[in-house]
Design a binder for this molecule. Sequence first.
Ligand code: CAA
Length: 260
Amino acid sequence: MGFQTLELRIEGSLAIILLNRPKALNAINLTMVGELEQAVGQIRDDPGVRVVVITGVGDKAFAAGADITEFKAMSPIDAWIFVQRLQRLFLEIERLPKPVIAAVNGYALGGGCELMMACDIVYASDAARIGQPEINLGIIPGGGGTQRLARLIGKQRAKELVLTGEIIGAREAWSLGLLNKVVPADQLMVEVRKLADKLTIKAPLAVKAVKEAIEDGYDMALERALAYEGKLFALCFATEDRTEGVNAFLEKRPPTFEGK
Ligand code: CAA
């Protein structure tokens, strides 16, 4: 499928989405939203894809936010429709039944930071710069920035970042709990591929169950969440991958999981 604003590479069981508007620091315009919807749908429906990586083209930006040029003539209703669509897209990414890794290769601002936070695991280059600077435009984050940020780093620290619009470096973002790992810029994709290699050989149905247990259980009271986890645990025992995993352990060989 030909895209204008992104590239979708399928390399075996790995899908890589490259945000590709480097001249605009990969700002997310309406075309990119539509193309991300298509790419994510394609990845979701392709059983051969087991892991997804999202990154930006160039060495400056992951994504510097929503495309501000499109805001100039945007009515309040258009703005509402736009962010609802962006929120649905980021939810869809968060809910993909496969691990999604963000490889943050530069600026992750506004909508770029929101996209990053919808990913399961975030590796960043030491040159990455992260923030929610919408306040400087007289608006607020609309792609989940006030919500996921507060859930990830706590209300007080989220308020400080969103109210000041301050852009912070990768080390500080890591210390706040926004990133899993910070690596030298030239090692980012090497490290991300190592992680992807580890994840592609895991049992796909167990991977899906992990994401559901953590995502759905997170907002439940502990007792209900534990009951939910217990049911998903039991469901794994209905899979061929459970038989394979347990047999492989007992036979002292690596397992081969097929997602059945
Ligand atoms: N939208 C549209 N264009 C953008 C952009 C954005 N979010 N961010 C950068 N660009 C464009 C610049 O206009 C510039 O284009 P031209 O070369 O045509 O002038 C090009 O990308 C390079 O950017 P700069 O020259 O500004 O590069 P810099 O290194 O001097 O500064 C920066 C980098 C600090 C990231 C600066 O570009 C910047 O502040 N960008 C805006 C960041 C921002 O406010 N993001 C939030 C957007 S709102 C949002 O995301 C809402 C939401 O929650 C969904």
